[in-house]
Design a binder for this molecule. Structure first.
Ligand code: NSS
Length: 431
């Protein structure tokens, strides 16, 4: 019977099973015994090959394996307290699929080497656990929005109009024209709300940022919901409910318990619920300065300021009402606090920092044209976007959540590059 490594515990002593997978560990004990730890999608299992109880062929197959050789193993289950799952497979037969070559990841575990070997390192148990969790996290995010009546849309990646400031865009030659890789799908999501009212896109965004930090990628996956008739308050409510739903679903996911354990995730940190604390930007400036930082009104928060702001927090917090001049052109002014916008950043605790940026958008044509002028943007590059304010404009809001930042926070990862299989950073685009 072909089973997964995780099935072994449930099956009885003596049962005959076949396992299919890869050699994770390999150890020869004396002349007559070989221990092979097999890895498959579900986990690992210990197999023992005894020279005296297998055919010559199987013994020589076992002797010739390398780390990461692929194979099928047949044998009988035996209880063994020392084996990782409490049972081991006493091997009867080994059928190699690909013996291959000596595995290059042996002693050198330096970060740079592992990044060069990323195409192989994605098999490591740590990355396997992270990628499983990432899959589930994305599933919860979609599930939550789908249950609220959202439609998923698919925006273009080649664009001409930047959403977040033109200097950080990657240029692409497009049959003699100059286009850019999208920074954000927001402007297209905005176009779609006039048809579908509540939409989201999950697509890559590209940022030619020269930031060398543990939270910046040049290519990241971006979840961007956009909602007609939502105020900024409705927007923040949706965000805190979405984030809480994903965190708690992750905590409770049966399929992921061993992955969370392997990653050392403290499940208490995933017990979060709305409402999240809201701190006005002006108050946030005071807090930063009280806690030993140095920042003036009108400056944006960097990594250090974000760290001070979430000091002692157990759940994410919102910073609201940023000065208009330091935020994007499409954000609506707060009529109650002139000079500031109806926008929020969601900062995650434990030094993970910003995971969401959102705002209510300017829905009035004249107001948008004026603000674009003030920001030095060329109207002709945005004429289609301005059309949205000419024909049946409505109040609307939306936000962007960086998938890798979110995964990094929920799994408490040291570096954002481990939240994506093939990270793209300022000096890394291979493999
Ligand atoms: O620049 S954002 O703050 N906002 C936008 O792009 C809006 N147009 C989103 C919207 O309202 N639809 O980026 C949003 C999030 C931010 O909070 C991070 O979580 C993530 O996107 N982000 C990044 N993740 C990884 N690497 C980089 N460089 C990065 N930049 C933003």
């Amino acid at each position: 019977m072909l089973v997964y490594t995780s099935d072994l515990k449930k099956l009885g002593e003596g049962k005959e099973v076949s396992l299919r997978g890869w050699v994770h560990r390999y150890r020869k004990l004396g002349e007559n015994k070989i221990f092979i730890v097999i890895r498959d999608v579900k986990g690992i299992a210990q197999c023992v090959v005894k020279k005296t109880s297998v055919s010559e062929k199987t013994w020589s197959n076992a002797e010739n394996l390398y780390i990461e050789s692929s194979l099928i193993v047949r044998g009988n289950l035996k209880k063994d307290e020392r084996a990782p799952t409490g049972v081991e497979v006493v091997v009867k037969e080994i059928e190699p699929i690909c013996v291959g070559f000596p595995y290059p990841i042996q002693k050198d575990y330096s970060e740079e080497f592992l990044l060069d070997m990323r195409h192989l390192w994605v098999r490591s148990r740590k990355l396997q656990a992270i990628m499983k969790a990432r899959h589930y996290i994305i599933t919860y995010l979609r599930e939550f929005l789908d249950n609220r009546g959202f439609f998923e849309i698919t925006p273009p990646i080649f664009t001409v109009s930047g959403a977040e400031g033109g200097s950080e865009m990657f240029e692409v030659e497009y049959f003699g024209n100059k286009v850019f890789l999208t920074q954000s799908s927001q402007l297209y999501a905005e176009a779609m709300i006039f048809s579908l009212e509540k939409v989201y896109s999950l697509a890559p965004s590209f940022r030619a940022e020269k930031s060398r930090t543990r939270k910046h990628l040049t290519e990241f996956w971006h979840l961007e919901p956009e909602m007609a008739f939502y105020s900024q308050e409705d927007n923040m409510k949706l965000q805190e409910e979405l984030v809480s739903y994903a965190a708690n679903s992750l905590r409770e996911e049966e399929e992921l318990q061993s992955s969370l354990e392997l990653l050392g995730v403290d499940k208490e940190t995933l017990k979060i619920s709305p409402p999240f604390k809201r701190i006005d930007y002006s108050k946030a400036i005071e807090i930063v300065n009280e806690r030993g930082g140095k920042i003036e009104w009108g400056e944006d928060f960097g990594v250090d300021e974000e760290r001070l702001l979430v000091e002692g927090e157990k759940a994410p917090i919102f910073i609201t009402n940023f000065p208009s001049e330091i935020k994007a052109f499409y954000m609506k002014e707060d009529p109650k606090k002139p000079g500031t916008v109806l926008a929020s950043d969601m900062l995650a605790p434990f030094e993970h920092g910003e995971i969401i940026g959102g705002s209510e958008r300017i829905s009035d044509y004249k107001e948008l044209v004026e603000k674009m002028k003030r920001f030095g943007l060329r109207e002709e590059n945005y004429s289609w976007y301005l059309d949205l304010r000419k024909y049946g404009s409505v109040p609307h809001s939306g936000f962007g959540l960086g998938i890798e930042r979110f995964v990094k926070y929920l799994l408490n990862l040291q570096h954002i590059r481990d939240a994506i299989p093939f990270p793209r950073t300022i000096n890394r685009f291979y493999p």
